[in-house]
Design a binder for this molecule. Structure first.
Ligand SMILES: Cc1cc2nc3c(=O)[nH]c(=O)nc-3n(C[C@H](O)[C@H](O)[C@H](O)COP(=O)(O)OP(=O)(O)OC[C@H]3O[C@@H](n4cnc5c(N)ncnc54)[C@H](O)[C@@H]3O)c2cc1C
Length: 399
């Protein structure tokens, strides 16, 4: 995803220059968007009818969530009720976790469409940023690989987790390996009907969501203590049959074998799970903002990175277009929500991907012993990771 797309559409009164390299060939996948980013995306002033278009294109709410034992398939934790699937976003409760799955290529196309409709946006295709000219407190000029120069009042950096621009700007935020690899893929048919689940095995986990009448998206994680030699995108990513190999050896309950067998090999993609701890406002230069994975990278198992990129765009645009240029309260509230997400990510990683058979038995026993309690805990974890403050709700709904 290019988060820069999400920024460009809404910096009112400014001339926006979007510099982007040649589009990579992507493996087809889906992105899950949680309540905060759904609310942001449905702000008509900013995103026009993007959310409506995504719904028309087959975007789908996930209604069921819960965790199962990987071998037996027995449920070990479930929320007390189905997740909401609102017909109109106005009926979405900003304190409740809702998860909307959209085709990644459609999300990019629809956001891109917003850009092409804006007459204050100029797109520079097939180009990338290689250096900057700076003054003491701000960046003055952006320079691309073919030596084009663009002067700028604000620089919004949206170049992903390896963020070459962040390094050029000396705002380092090192990537850490999370001790596991993640593989994802898409099936050629819907194998599970309406059912989504996540299964926790020994050092592995598997999750699947039906994403339309014709398909299931799935992801699989497996512990690998050893940090990959190089955290370089060109060597870290594995595709197709090679990526599928590790999961074929794992043992899981039905119908996971069927899901794997029905997977379209060309959609399979594996990579190391990485994280970084930065924020939008990390640069010493006052006119530089980082968005999406360039701001911070969270565990892929949380399914939040693309949604946060959308929110970042919204946040930066608001900061730039506010008369004071100051961050508002809602933007600070977001930072504390992201800190909560990190905590939940560690907890989820700890409970979902244990390596000890003893700990797994204790976990499963405790969870099944008091299902009421685990449901309550589950509900509060889920809502704590998405719960919006009233300032955030006002900001997202404004316009
Ligand atoms: C297995 C997996 C599942 C996931 N599932 C979800 C999910 O369900 N929901 C969710 O919200 N998130 C999910 N995520 C996270 C999400 O995919 C990322 O957070 C999101 O794609 C980040 O978008 P981005 O635009 O910040 O970065 P990227 O998608 O990496 O885009 C960066 C862009 O910058 C360009 N670029 C690089 N260098 C330069 C330069 N020098 N000049 C100009 N441009 C440059 C690149 O070409 C690229 O187009 C998942 C991640 C993984 C690995």
């Amino acid at each position: 995803m290019s988060a820069s797309l999400t920024v460009a559409a809404r910096v009112e009164g400014a001339h926006v220059m979007l510099i982007r390299p040649h589009a990579k060939t992507m493996t087809e996948t889906y992105q899950g968007l949680w309540t905060p980013s759904i609310m942001c995306l449905s702000n008509r002033k900013v995103f026009g009818n993007a959310f409506k278009q995504l719904k028309m294109d087959g975007g789908r709410f996930m209604t069921e969530a819960g965790y199962r034992n990987a071998e037996s398939g027995k449920w070990i934790a479930r929320p007390s009720q189905c997740m909401p699937s609102p017909v109109h976003v106005s009926s979405l409760d900003p304190r409740q976790p809702a998860l909307f799955f959209v085709r990644e290529s459609k999300l990019i196309d629809i956001l891109q469409d917003q850009i092409e409709k804006s007459d204050n946006v100029e797109v520079v295709n097939d180009s990338y940023v290689v250096s900057f000219e700076e003054e003491e407190k701000y960046i003055k000029t952006v320079i691309t690989q073919n030596e084009e120069r663009y002067s700028c009042d604000h620089l919004i950096v949206a170049d992903g987790k390896f963020s070459p621009c962040r390094a050029l700007l000396n705002a380092h935020s090192p990537l850490h390996y999370r001790g596991y690899r993640v593989t994802r893929g898409l099936t050629s048919r819907n194998v599970t009907g309406n059912t989504s689940f996540q299964s926790w095995g020994k050092g592995t986990r598997f999750a699947t969501v039906p994403v339309g009448r014709d398909s299931n998206i799935w992801f699989y994680t497996n512990s690998e203590e050893e940090c990959p030699e190089s955290l370089d995108p060109s060597t870290d990513h594995i595709y197709g049959e090679n990526a599928l190999r590790s999961i074929k050896d794992a043992t899981f309950h039905d119908p996971i074998g069927e899901i794997i067998a029905d997977t379209v090999t060309s959609t399979v993609h594996a990579q190391s799970a990485l994280e970084s701890f930065g924020s939008i406002y990390d640069s010493k230069k006052s006119n530089v903002y980082f968005v999406g994975d360039a701001a911070r990278t969270l565990d892929p198992i949380l399914a939040v990175g693309a949604g946060l990129a959308i929110e970042d765009g919204f946040d930066v645009a608001n900061t730039i277009s506010s008369s004071s240029g100051q961050r508002n309260k809602a933007s600070m509230d977001r930072e504390s929500r992201i800190r909560r997400l990190r905590f939940l990510s560690n907890l989820s990683q700890f409970s979902g991907q244990m390596n000890s058979s003893l700990l797994i038995s204790i976990r499963d026993m405790l969870c099944t012993a008091n299902t009421n309690l685990t449901s309550k805990m589950f509900d509060s974890f889920m809502s704590s990771s998405v719960r919006l403050t009233s300032d955030e709700v006002t900001l997202f709904r404004r316009g």
